[in-house]
Design a protein around this ligand. Structure first.
Ligand code: GSH
Length: 222
């Protein structure tokens, strides 16, 4: 893997949590582009995202945060677009206008209409205001709704990967969301054969495997 960034600035730093699907999107992008980075673990379960130091980086208290010299970015989409412009190797966006737009659509379905509804802060709120028993049905409802839409959309675009035979932005967003659905929430995927196939295809790619929750420096050993 290449070291540092191309402009010779200080090493990229990624504030990340092993199980965070949003951090995983960026880890995949960094790996695809062959960029080395310093992994700065933020333990979301211990509440480290609420520390004053971290809130200086991201007032919302969410990971990921990317630090590149004096550039501090705190949203996976913004981070990936920044990396795309600064490090053009292995493009995350195709040149075809329509396919590019579909990549944005998939990324935004995941990041706006699925993941926020299962965020730790939301699940904690449900736990406290309603009941712990409400959490899993809530998550599965919104995962299922989002996946049904993605399955329909990708019928017209998927090849080996989400929008053809090359890996792009849509895959960076889909892979962690699928991993979460399978491993963390044990969602019944029988109605989503395209998504299941994509999940299997991502498992074959080193850049994706290396980015997955199971393989991070802060992944618990048991
Ligand atoms: N739109 C943001 C969302 C970031 C986000 O929701 N991060 C989650 C982890 S995937 C988080 O830090 N949650 C902390 C919490 O809920 O307290 C992005 O795409 O980066």
């Amino acid at each position: 893997m290449a070291s540092g960034n191309e402009s010779g600035n200080s090493k990229l730093q990624l504030y990340s949590y092993w199980r965070s699907s949003c951090s995983c999107r960026v880890r995949i992008g960094l790996n695809l582009k062959g960029l080395d980075y310093e992994y700065k673990a933020v333990n979301l379960v211990k509440g480290e995202q609420d520390s004053p130091e971290f809130r200086k980086l991201n007032p919302l208290g969410y990971v990921p945060v990317l630090v590149d010299g004096d550039v501090v970015l705190s949203d996976s989409f913004a981070i990936l677009m920044y990396l795309e412009e600064k490090f053009p190797q292995h493009p995350l966006l195709p040149s075809d206008l329509k396919i590019k737009a579909i990549n944005f659509e998939v990324a935004n379905i995941v990041s706006s209409s699925i993941q926020p509804l299962q965020n730790l802060v939301v699940l904690k709120y449900i736990d406290e205001k309603f009941s712990p028993d409400e959490k899993l049905p809530w998550v599965k409802h919104f995962l299922g709704k989002g996946f049904a839409a993605l399955e329909k959309l990708l019928k017209d675009y998927a090849g080996k990967y989400a929008t053809g035979d090359e890996v792009y932005l849509a895959d960076c967003f889909l892979a962690p969301q699928l991993d979460t659905a399978f491993k963390r929430f044990n969602l019944d995927m029988s109605e989503f054969p395209i998504l299941v196939r994509l999940h299997e295809a991502y498992g074959e790619l080193p850049a994706f495997q290396k980015a997955m929750p199971a393989n991070q420096p802060d992944t618990p050993s048991s």
